[in-house]
Design a binder for this molecule. Structure first.
Ligand SMILES: Nc1ncnc2c1ncn2[C@@H]1O[C@H](COP(=O)(O)OP(=O)(O)OP(=O)(O)O)[C@@H](O)[C@H]1O
Ligand SMILES: Cc1ncc(COP(=O)(O)O)c(N)n1
Length: 267
């Protein structure tokens, strides 16, 4: 069985972060492991509190994982402070982690900052250069590149600039566009668009977490990057289109929409 590690924050309401990642990884038939960077008290309406783990405790989690069950891919999500970022960077290097997919989570859908302002620099300097793929949304691409991103051409320019600056592949996600859900990949000096039909739903909590975890699963299975993104976008569209409607705000996706072996359980 292939294995994927998610290094991210816990979302107690289950829609984003570690919980979304583990549901996604399990739905892909891959063994999920987690190193938790922070506990958040949040739900579909917003984030109430964040409690970071200590750097020492994060390091212990990473050591336990890498010295025992080696991950075939690593997904990194919310990491809110510079000390934790440095711990992850050191461990990725020391253990020569494969297939690192980094979602540079900065602000939640509900508008709360999940990355401290002074930690953005540490993320850019220490973590981004270690990633194989980074998956910024439009505001994150703008913050990291310094380019104002409105149009498709802006997404292409930001992707190209970030790929050159950090030496990794870059997927600029277009979920924040009004009419489309198209994402732009720039890798090895070549750009490519992944087109997605926009699904009309307010329940988009955790789309970024889900997409990056699904990509990590596909890479862990040995698929190429473009294939991995294509399949992950299809999985995300299915989880969004299934129409789950929970909570009073921006609700979660149905990560198990494709589970078909119902002989093991019943409603
Ligand atoms: N309404 C939608 N219909 C179809 N695809 C969508 C929709 N919203 C987002 N996506 C897709 O979901 C993925 C995540 O994109 P998005 O830009 O929303 O990331 P994000 O802002 O990091 O997510 P999050 O809401 O978890 O922070 C992308 O592939 C995007 O194209
Ligand atoms: C622990 C954690 N990680 C990531 C997100 C971003 O997801 P979203 O933008 O959908 O709120 C979140 N809200 N919480």
């Amino acid at each position: 069985m292939k294995t994927v590690l998610t290094v991210a924050g816990s979302d107690c309401s289950g829609g984003a972060g570690i919980q979304a990642d583990i549901k996604t990884i399990a739905a892909h038939g891959v063994y999920a492991m987690s190193a938790i960077t922070a506990l958040t008290a949040q739900n579909t309406t917003g984030v109430r509190a964040v409690m970071d783990v200590t750097p020492e405790f994060l390091r212990q989690q990473l050591d336990c994982i890498f010295t025992d069950i080696r991950p075939d891919a690593v997904k990194i999500g919310m990491v809110s402070n510079a000390n934790l970022i440095c711990v992850i960077a050191d461990a990725l290097r020391e253990y020569d982690a494969p297939n690192v997919v980094l979602d540079p989570v900065m602000v939640s859908t509900s508008g709360s900052r999940l990355l401290k302002e002074d930690a953005q620099d540490a993320m850019a300097k220490r973590l981004l250069p270690l990633a194989d793929l980074i998956t910024p949304n439009i505001p994150e691409a703008q913050a990291l590149s310094g380019i104002t991103v409105n149009t498709r051409e802006d997404m292409e320019r930001a992707g190209r600039l970030l790929a050159k600056r950090y030496g990794c592949a870059v997927l600029v996600k277009g979920g924040h566009q009004k009419e489309e859900a198209n994402d732009f990949l720039f890798k090895d000096k070549t750009g490519r668009w992944f087109y997605g039909k926009r699904i009309d739903s307010k329940n988009t909590h955790g789309t970024g977490c889900t997409l990056s975890s699904a990509i990590a699963c596909n890479l862990a299975k040995g698929r190429g990057l473009a294939d991995s993104i294509e399949m992950a976008k299809r999985y995300l569209a299915g989880a969004l289109a299934s129409g789950l409607d929970l909570g009073q705000g921006s609700g979660p996706l149905d990560h198990g929409f494709a589970n078909s072996q119902t002989e093991f359980y019943s409603d």
